[in-house]
Ligand binder design. Sequence first.
Ligand code: FE2
Ligand code: FE2
Length: 260
Amino acid sequence: MDGRYGMPAHRVSLFGTELWDQLTEEQRITLSVHEVCSIARVGLWFEIILMQMLLRYAYDRDPRSQHIQYALTEIADECRHSIMFAKMTERYGVPDYKPRWYTQQSGRLFKTIASGAAMFAGTLVAEEITDQLQREGMKDDTVQPLTRMVSKIHVTEEARHVRYAREELARLVPTLNKAEITVGRSLTALSAFRIATNLIHPDVYLSVGLDPKVASKVAKANPHHQETIRWTARKLVPFLREQDMIGGPSEVLWRKAHLL
Ligand SMILES: [Fe+2]
Ligand SMILES: [Fe+2]
């Protein structure tokens, strides 16, 4: 592992806790590699959701339009990203940290029904959270070259996806009625909650001999980790508020996930 981390040490979920202090340098590196793969796995999970939503969107529309050609291009981008994340995980020799059952099932429902504002806002949540982490990691020379290369490619290609999703959302929101805004906010809050609370799969702690239940509990209560989650959403939250996609009763989910 050449003494470098899978992701910046201060972004690892246990950083700053007593459990962290008890780990050797080698164990900290191992955990960081498992955590970066777990985060990439959530990215991959959402990319598959997004590919299906974009395919459904293109299905009924005119493929001669620039709009639909762009949707098809984005599907191709996400497909390559998913392969890249999968290969990175394989190279690191890390298990498949597939999201847990309930998240997997709620994703299945979301990708089958979500469209319009919920689709674009949900996409922004997944893209901007991973983007924040990758932007920082790609510049950090304490981080493994493999993570840095994957992050750099992903950040570069996601820039136009983020721009597209932001523009589409800003175009759509003014056409929505009150009920549609409420549905959009609720589905977005649910996606945000699922994404943020699944970034670190509990089984990552097995890689350093910790009990997943105990260590997850410590990570969840770790103020440093909570601050990291908030930091990943620092550009996302003001934009979604501006677009009326955060607010009302579903805002509680954003708080529960430490995104606000
Ligand atoms: Fe992607
Ligand atoms: Fe994307």
